[in-house]
Design a protein around this ligand. Structure first.
Ligand SMILES: Cc1cc2nc3c(=O)[nH]c(=O)nc-3n(C[C@H](O)[C@H](O)[C@H](O)COP(=O)(O)O)c2cc1C
Length: 256
């Protein structure tokens, strides 16, 4: 295989949670936004928007919502927002008042488009030796985001992405063996995950998470059990916020 630099950098991915106090060049920001904008988009509809957050007070609030202090110090922060509002307004301004962009299909188109745009930005940033961090924690309080960013009906925040010059080099976090995740033509059931994941679990025990460098690594099963036992009430309320934003996600007429 060709010695492709970008692939090497993608295989070298690790989330970066601490950054140098150094802003990104305007030129780099522009390139990263262009990269997201150039990505594939369902039906060509581009049903998402990006909100750059450079107001320190808003960054503070995002860190508080995500309950992660390091968020406030990330030099470049973008909030990804599912956006059917813009296309509805475009229709309205062209005389079409009977609109249907509140559908579940459009919501999921916007959701997947936004994630594809975000990951394009991540790959672009990593190609430039920048660090990146997804911050799903902002969804602890989606209504607070809606209020803070004046998000209109038919929009929904889904994820924040942080980018900057890394101040740390964490270890690469071990991932599950591909054989457990890649199937050919049909799903393969694994009857003995205890055995199949043994070396992966061992590798994770040796992984040092720089958020808690003195604690022993946590294996996958322990992490999964913890997740399984925790219920985040605010996260569970997301569906009702999506509906309150005007998306008719139970729409039975909807087609996929
Ligand atoms: C959708 C999504 C949301 C995430 N949210 C957070 C977050 O709120 N805070 C955080 O520190 N890391 C977050 N992460 C990063 C993951 O914890 C990280 O990708 C995972 O542990 C694997 O580590 P790695 O990225 O270093 O390979 C998120 C990742 C994804 C894909």
């Amino acid at each position: 295989m060709k010695d492709v630099d970008m692939i090497k950098k993608q295989l070298n991915h690790r989330s970066i949670r601490h950054y140098k106090d150094e802003p990104l060049d305007a030129e780099i920001i522009d390139v990263l936004l262009q990269v997201a904008n150039a990505s594939a988009t369902s039906n060509g509809l581009q049903s998402y928007s990006m909100i750059i957050v450079d107001d320190p007070i808003k960054k503070d609030k995002l860190a508080a919502i995500a309950r992660q202090d390091y968020v406030r110090d990330i030099p470049f922060l973008v909030l990804f927002v599912v956006d059917a509002h813009r296309n509805t307004a475009i229709l309205n301004q062209h005389g079409v008042m009977d609109t249907t962009l509140d559908s579940m299909t459009v919501f999921f188109q916007g959701f997947s488009d936004a994630l594809i745009g975000a990951q394009s930005m991540v790959s672009g940033a990593e190609a430039l030796d920048l660090g990146t961090l997804y911050i799903g924690g902002v969804l602890n309080d989606p209504q607070a985001l809606i209020d803070m960013f004046a998000l209109p009906q038919l929009t929904m925040p889904i994820l924040a992405l942080g980018i900057g010059h890394p101040k740390q080099i964490p270890a690469i976090k071990p991932k599950m063996p591909l054989v457990e995740r890649v199937f050919v033509n049909e799903y393969q059931h694994q009857s003995n995950y205890k055995e199949a994941l043994q070396s992966f679990n061992e590798a994770l025990k040796g992984y040092v998470d720089l958020r808690a460098p003195n604690q022993p690594g946590v294996d996958f099963v322990t992490r999964l059990k913890k997740k399984n036992a925790s219920v985040n009430q605010k996260r569970d309320a997301i569906l009702s916020v999506i509906q309150a934003q005007g998306f008719d996600i139970n729409n039975r007429k909807d087609e996929i």
